[in-house]
Write a protein that binds this ligand. Structure first.
Ligand code: ATP
Length: 227
């Protein structure tokens, strides 16, 4: 499935005026590709992810996930679309402290109503990120890089069409960070996911398919590997 943002503008209230966080942003993220979003602090990167995740409705413009336009859909329908089709990875792993790595995935798999297959899905998901052996460990028994792997496996467990990733390596050292980016790229290609990766680190841009640079809410530079 492809993720498309078409002429998206988003403003926030700012005293008695409005601040434009995204200004006529259009983005096409084909299945099986990674688009990196870079740009200075305050340029709109997180806003772009929130809009793509359908967590915030833009003032104008459309978001289309796998051919389905999200415009005008009510909250319940959007929540279902998100649960089925969108995976989100934040900076911090945000794992539930009391649950083992396998349980973190199982909970999400069950939310999707696949009770029967949840155990197998959790097991397979952890194996995919190289953590089969550590399935029984709780977050405090894992390294930062391993926690972020669980986070990614959890975001992928219901086979989302779209994966939105916000600075996944900010809490990691260079080598663990590079390994996480390699993992994200590999899973994106393997599962045909449309991935958007917000990053500050230029070293992460080597293997991606498209790079967009946001400046003041606008796409200032767009580089595509295919070109
Ligand atoms: N909830 C909000 N209410 C009002 N203004 C907001 C809100 N969220 C973000 N902004 C403003 O919108 C603009 C874009 O913010 P955003 O968080 O998307 O930028 P960013 O590129 O992700 O920044 P950073 O790299 O610092 O995380 C900024 O000027 C910010 O101050």
């Amino acid at each position: 499935m492809t993720l498309v943002l078409d002429s998206v503008t988003l403003t926030y209230p700012d005293g008695d005026r409005r601040l434009t966080a995204l200004d006529d942003v259009s983005l096409h993220v084909p299945a099986g590709t990674v688009t990196a979003v870079v740009g200075p602090s305050g340029s709109g990167k997180s806003s772009l992810l929130a809009v793509a995740a359908t967590l915030i409705t833009p003032d104008t413009g459309t978001i289309t996930i796998g051919g389905t336009s999200t415009t005008g859909l009510n909250r319940a329908v959007l929540a279902r679309l998100r649960r089925r089709h969108v995976g989100i990875v934040f900076q911090q792993a945000n794992l539930l402290p009391a649950l083992t790595a396998a349980e973190q995935l199982r909970v999400v798999a069950r939310l999707d109503g696949r009770r029967g297959g949840a155990d197998l899905q959790a097991e397979a998901g952890l194996a995919e990120v190289g953590l089969a052996e550590l399935a029984h460990r709780r977050p405090h028994q894992l390294s930062g890089g391993q926690r972020q792997r669980v986070n990614i496996a959890r975001a992928l467990v219901n086979r989302p069409a779209v994966l939105l990733v916000d600075e996944p390596t900010s809490a990691l050292d260079r080598a663990s960070g590079a390994a996480i980016i390699d993992l994200l790229t590999a899973r994106t290609r393997e599962h045909g996911v449309a991935t958007v990766l917000v990053t500050h680190d230029r070293a992460h841009l080597d293997g991606v398919d498209q790079v967009v640079e946001l400046v003041d809410g606008q796409i200032a530079v767009r580089v595509s590997r295919a070109e």
